[in-house]
Design a protein around this ligand. Structure first.
Ligand SMILES: O=c1[nH]c(=O)c2[nH]c(=O)[nH]c2[nH]1
Length: 312
């Protein structure tokens, strides 16, 4: 047992729930609602695992306190953008504690939509529209531990549980045929998925990363996802979830130079026409109007898409 070695370790506080309100003089208010996970790493923590030595252990309780402390003391704009808040927390940890060489902060946001009445946005009332959830994970690392000399940050951001459905303009035909293939060609089908999309910005110094337009990238990723799903003619011509995924990611990479790669996970939530021929009713192929959603199993299409390596 005692000859075992630690291959990696990280510890901290998960599910730190914090709500930050920004109150403007004219009565307009903003809200950010977060669940934060903060994890510290460093070789000197090994003795807390192997020798029962807590001397260098920054209590997870203290890490939780730090999240609230920073939510109050940072300028509001550094708290309201989750990517910036995550990098601020991680930067604070690696700067304050010499023996912390890397800090990983994940923030899940609870999206509150501002209420609108007669097309006018309400100054301080919000509602939850869908299940779609934005999150981010920032990792800040000392380039030359244990010195504080320089820090690099990697940020991965995304959203999950964006549910979409279209009732036509999707197909799946001309696939591999053998004795195990029973699925007929589907030249026109329903398509439904629950989108998980994430994008990565790698190895930047903190100031460069914090200057990126994270809200714009998030809104653009969502817009491109929906637009490619509903409108991109290539998704219709090539016709598979795989093609739709590639088009979505390609559009995000083309629009946002700061994004290094894009990952999607797209379950193909099957909704098949219900065979009513026993009742003398035509409800298959082009006659389909009544469908049965299939809870399980679903297809599951994933890929990470990036730019081609630049030639030197
Ligand atoms: O878009 C699809 N891609 C597949 O790989 C596949 N496989 C399947 O059964 N249906 C679908 N649909």
């Amino acid at each position: 047992m005692e000859s075992s070695i630690i291959k990696s370790q990280a510890y901290g506080k998960d599910r730190v729930r914090v709500v930050r309100v920004v109150r403007h003089a004219d009565g307009w208010q903003e809200v950010a609602d977060y669940s934060v996970c903060c994890l510290l790493s460093g070789a000197q923590f090994e003795s807390s695992y192997t020798k029962g030595d807590n001397k260098l252990v920054v209590a997870t309780d203290s890490q939780k306190n730090t999240v609230y402390y920073l939510a109050k003391t940072l300028p509001a704009e550094k708290v309201m953008v989750p990517e910036v808040f995550a990098t601020e927390i991680a930067k604070f940890m690696v700067n304050k504690y010499a023996h912390v060489t890397s800090c990983q902060v994940k923030i899940i946001t609870k999206p509150w939509e501002r209420m609108k009445f007669d097309n006018r946005s309400h100054p301080h009332s919000f509602y939850r529209e869908g299940k779609e959830t934005r999150w981010t994970e920032a990792v800040v690392t000392k380039t030359n531990p244990p010195s504080n000399a320089s820090l690099v940050a990697d940020v991965t951001s995304g959203f999950y549980d964006l549910e979409v459905l279209k009732t036509t303009n999707s197909s799946f035909t001309d696939f591999w045929r053998d004795e195990l293939a029973t699925l007929p060609d589907m030249p026109d089908r329903m398509l439904s998925t629950k989108v998980l999309c994430q994008w990565k910005v790698v190895s930047k110094d903190i100031d460069t990363i914090q200057a990126l337009p994270f809200d714009t990238i998030y809104n653009g990723a969502k817009r491109n996802t929906l637009d490619a799903f509903a409108n991109d003619p290539r998704a219709w011509v090539h016709a598979s979830v795989q093609t739709t995924l590639y088009i979505m990611a390609d559009r995000i990479l083309n629009e946002f130079a700061a994004v290094d790669d894009v990952y999607y996970a797209l379950p193909n939530i099957h909704i098949f026409p219900f065979d009513l021929s026993k009742f003398g009713l035509k409800n298959l192929a082009s006659d389909a109007e009544v469908y049965m959603p299939i809870a399980d199993p679903s297809g599951f299409i994933t890929a990470t898409i990036s730019r081609p390596a630049t030639k030197l």
